[in-house]
Ligand binder design. Structure first.
Ligand code: E4P
Length: 232
């Protein structure tokens, strides 16, 4: 199975550039990335993204923390374009499972990307509230799990196996930390991996042999020691 590469991004100029790449099959973003990119008005900024990217899936996240407001935001975001996946967190900031809203949006045939998932138990809970037709992405945050000293791989293995009965569900490796994560995601059978732009550029350059790497490494050390005019 092929693992699709999405781009995890918010800067408009970079979205423009990465949208042209064949290797990039879709986009994800989040409120933190949008803030970093300088977005001020969430709706108009999101619509600028959607104007650039019309033919690939784009996941845009709700940021409300309570049921009513979250539902309103999700319904609005869903109307912004055909290629939108509404990104809904698996729990709110109080740790409450967002099952009711996931069920209702899925019921209305709204494409969802369930975000901030860490465990197969959460995957199981999501699968219990969705149908087998409407598209759902489940984003498992590998890098942040690793940052906390937790191994995300067993959670992926179980989640992928649980999702097998659902042809409409894709397991997405989120929170990438290094290019090698792409090979891990492929090996595990993840449907998608979402990758920051600079890491995509490294993946595009995959293929150097160990011999090339060893020579390149020594060359870089040599260049830097010359630049610093080191002497002993
Ligand atoms: C996924 O959809 C998220 O936007 C993203 O992968 C989070 O990554 P981070 O942990 O590097 O912030």
């Amino acid at each position: 199975m092929k693992t699709k590469i999405f781009c995890d991004i918010a800067e408009l100029d970079k979205i423009r550039r990465f949208n042209k790449k064949k290797i990039v099959k879709g986009f994800t973003t989040n409120p933190s990335l949008m803030r970093k990119a300088g977005a001020k008005d969430y709706k108009s900024y999101s619509q600028k993204i959607l104007k650039i990217c019309k033919n690939k899936p784009v996941s845009l996240e709700v940021f409300a923390d309570e049921y009513n407001e979250m539902k309103i935001q999700a319904l609005k975001i869903n109307t912004w374009a055909k290629n939108v996946y509404v990104k809904v967190p698996v729990v709110n900031s109080k740790g409450k499972f967002m099952g009711k809203i996931i069920r209702e949006l899925n019921n209305q045939k709204i494409k969802l990307n369930i975000t901030a998932v860490y465990t197969a138990m959460q995957t199981q809970k999501i699968l219990k509230v969705i149908d087998k037709k409407t598209k759902v992405i489940i984003s498992i945050f590998a890098g942040r799990a690793g940052d906390a000293g937790k191994d995300p791989v067993p959670e992926f293995i179980k989640s992928i196996s649980l999702a097998k009965r659902f042809k409409n569900v894709e397991i997405l490796w989120a929170s990438v930390r290094e290019p090698y994560n792409y090979l891990q995601a492929k090996q595990l059978g993840c449907h998608v991996i979402t990758v920051p732009p600079s890491t995509i550029e490294k993946i595009e350059k995959f293929g150097e042999t160990f011999d090339m790497l060893t020579v390149g490494t020594v060359k870089n050390f040599l260049i830097d020691s010359k630049k610093s005019k080191f002497k002993i």
